[in-house]
Design a protein around this ligand. Structure first.
Ligand SMILES: Nc1ncnc2c1ncn2[C@@H]1O[C@H](COP(=O)(O)OP(=O)(O)O)[C@@H](O)[C@H]1O
Ligand SMILES: [Mg+2]
Length: 335
């Protein structure tokens, strides 16, 4: 792994859940490389394994989940060593030191993540003191500066207020503050704006681009919205049923999509930058049951271009142009 230019590299990751006698094959073979300082988009229909993949990176998994294979190589420092997060004990000291400090995550629903009985300031302070030995006064100053940077008006006063006194958009800014207070190298935002209206959504996403500018943070934005990918991301990975089926720069994926699924997604976006109208519902068919293990391409039942080969096994990833990977036997088929 080129740790100078890559901060995170996921290889052949598999995450499963035991539910009674059944196994849920949530993540089947995810390969993903996140370039240092880039905004990486991850897109795919609901249930395709985006959240489970991201939670696996931080090992924030429910007790019935397990990693069935693969590596998650993380390189906090450019040129430094990479560590394999997939091999770490999820409850161990090492993982705790990374979670929230080197890699931070924000979720879709800020209302559920903030504790109603503590002030905003104390909730940000908690994450800071967990990871750093800082004087309380100095910590408070740092938090107020960050709140100001994140566009929260009157931050000294807001510091002492409670979550219910904040609007949805302001709560999400607070979640970003909790995530950013330790200056993590990697920020994972899982559908950070899905619960917000379009104007606020744009403000929050722009804010994440600013964080990248000012702090050099690498950012992963998980979304089911191709418009968001087009407008805010440098690179994109398209997921289908627990696999990355295509990845590349946003330009490559939008101008030269290869996988029939990606082609359908790109067609759903009439004008990049109009995030309201391009959810992924318009592709015919629905996703298969994740508790059935496939022995061949999961997209085959929905694919107009499927051939015999597609019913016999899984396609290998092919680099169809530099940095542009696609896994499909029928790639490039007209649609
Ligand atoms: N705790 C869990 N137990 C069992 N199955 C789960 C659990 N969490 C997620 N899954 C399953 O894993 C698959 C991927 O889910 P998820 O990553 O949340 O999808 P996405 O974020 O892409 O919408 C889905 O089939 C979902 O039902
Ligand atoms: Mg999700």
């Amino acid at each position: 792994m080129d740790t100078q230019n890559t901060i995170l590299q996921i290889d052949h990751l598999k995450t499963r859940f035991k539910v009674g006698k059944k196994t849920v094959y949530a993540v089947n073979d995810v390969n993903l490389s996140v370039a240092r300082g880039h905004v990486q988009g991850i897109v795919g229909e609901s249930g395709c394994g985006k959240s489970v993949t991201m939670r696996t990176v931080l090992q924030l998994l429910s007790p019935n989940a397990y990693i069935a294979g693969g590596d998650i190589l993380f390189a906090p420092e450019p040129g430094g060593d990479a560590i394999d997060l997939a091999k770490m004990d999820r409850y161990g000291e090492e993982m705790r030191a990374i979670r929230g400090q080197k890699i931070a995550m924000i979720f879709q629903n800020p209302m559920a993540s903030l504790n109603p009985v503590y002030t905003i300031g104390s909730q940000i302070m908690e994450n800071l003191l967990l990871h750093e030995k800082v004087d309380k006064e100095e910590a408070k100053k740092r938090i107020i500066n960050l709140l100001a940077e994140l566009g929260i008006p009157e931050p000294e006063q807001r510091y002492n207020e409670y979550p219910h006194q904040f609007s949805g958009g302001m709560k999400q800014r607070v979640m970003i503050a909790i995530a950013m207070i330790c200056n993590p190298g990697l920020l994972i935002a899982d559908e950070p704006t899905t619960a917000l209206d379009v104007t606020i959504q744009a403000q929050i996403l722009r804010l994440m681009l600013e964080l990248r500018e000012h702090h050099g943070t690498s950012v992963i934005i998980v979304t089911h919205n191709m418009g968001i990918i087009a407008e805010y991301c440098d690179d994109v990975a398209v997921m289908y049923m627990g696999r990355v089926v295509e990845s590349g720069t946003v330009r490559q994926i939008f101008q030269n999509p290869q996988h029939p699924y990606t082609r359908a997604l790109v067609r759903c976006v009439p004008v990049p930058g109009m995030p309201k109208t391009n959810d992924l519902e318009t592709i015919s068919g629905s996703t298969p049951d994740a508790s059935i293990a496939f022995d061949h391409c999961e997209f085959e039942p929905r694919c107009k271009f499927a051939t015999e080969a597609c019913r016999k096994g899984f396609p290998q990833a092919v680099e169809c142009e530099p940095g542009h990977m696609v896994s499909c036997f029928a790639r490039g088929g007209q649609s």
